[in-house]
Write a protein of this length. Structure first.
Length: 99
DNA sequence: ATATTGACATTTA
DNA sequence: ATAAATGCCAATA
């Protein structure tokens, strides 16, 4: 299987209302290039089935989103996560440690 | 807080 | 098939 498939699998493990970081995902995949994750998610084959909006940057910033950052923020808010100036409020509280 | 450098799968030419 | 460019980043010279 490709890194890409693993990537999706990992992301799908993130429970609703929780978020994780690109770094975490990358390490869970066994790679160190967290940017590769961004590429994979950008060309996301199934943007609806894959909750890529639950993956954010390590410092709590939302990062980007292929469908528009605003969209991502809204999705996260619907899951009970507050966002302020593109940054998650109480980020550590929602952080989901993979593995 | 800004700039620079590092790291890597995927995409595009 | 090969090389160069891209990106939802992270750590720090």
């Amino acid at each position: 299987m490709s890194i890409r498939e693993k990537c999706y699998r990992i992301i799908c493990k993130i429970p609703k209302g929780r978020v994780s970081t690109y770094k975490e995902v990358a390490e869970s995949l066994g790679i160190k290039g967290y940017r590769a994750i961004g590429m994979i998610l950008k060309k996301n084959p199934k943007p609806i089935e894959i909750p890529c909006h639950r993956v954010v940057k390590s410092n709590g910033e939302v990062g980007g989103y292929m469908g528009g950052i605003e969209r991502k923020i809204e999705l996260l808010r619907k899951e009970g996560i507050s966002i302020k100036n593109n940054k998650i409020v109480n980020f550590e509280r929602y952080f989901f440690k993979i593995k």
